[in-house]
Design a protein around this ligand. Structure first.
Ligand code: FE
Ligand code: ZN
Ligand code: FE
Length: 182
């Protein structure tokens, strides 16, 4: 039955999202710690709190479906997180590193926006009214997180451009990076 197969796909997509969000709950603190800019770090920390709420929304959906949320590994998110970690191991000056973190974080947000958009559409097709609003709340949070990163990139990218001639952490003898005041 086609409707039953779409339902299976829907649940599969939700499991993928659940795994993606739980991977993010573990990865975002490391990303926040690597930020030199206070506002960038605070937005990532705020999105970490939202992400825990997004995990709860998915758990609510699984309860309503009487299905378990586990059982899938999101390879897309795993790849995005790996790439982000790889970038954070580079010896960039701190403003350039902040620009790199924004790039990595926006990849994550766009991936989630695509996945939640798909899940929301499936929920509509399957007449899962309660799921639609839960998925939409998360989708809006992801979009706002992306917009905030866009806004922060305007100043941070400009500073990154000017940071070109500054010594890298390595050249400074691996001292702890001074934190920029807000
Ligand atoms: Fe999320
Ligand atoms: Zn995935
Ligand atoms: Fe997100």
């Amino acid at each position: 039955m086609p409707k039953e197969s779409l339902r299976e796909l829907y649940i599969d997509e939700l499991r993928d999202l659940y795994n993606a969000e739980t991977q993010l709950v573990r990865a975002l603190p490391r990303m926040a710690k690597a930020c030199a800019d206070d506002e960038l770090r605070r937005s990532i920390e705020e999105h970490l709190r939202q992400t825990s709420g997004q995990v709860s929304r998915l758990e609510q959906i699984f309860e309503q479906l009487d299905e378990k949320p586990s059982g899938k590994k999101c390879l897309g998110m795993e790849g995005l997180i790996k790439e982000g970690s790889e970038t954070m191991r580079e010896e960039y000056p701190e403003d350039v590193m902040d620009a790199a973190i924004i790039g990595a974080a926006q990849r994550v947000e766009h991936y989630e926006i695509a996945a939640y958009g798909t899940a929301r559409t499936f929920a509509e097709l399957l007449h899962e009214t309660e799921h639609i609003s839960l998925l939409e709340q998360t989708l809006e949070e992801e979009k706002r997180a992306d917009q905030k990163l866009n806004q922060l990139s305007e100043t941070i990218n400009r500073r990154a451009l000017e940071a070109e001639e500054m010594p890298t952490e390595k050249e400074r003898g691996r001292q702890t990076r001074p934190k920029r005041a807000a």
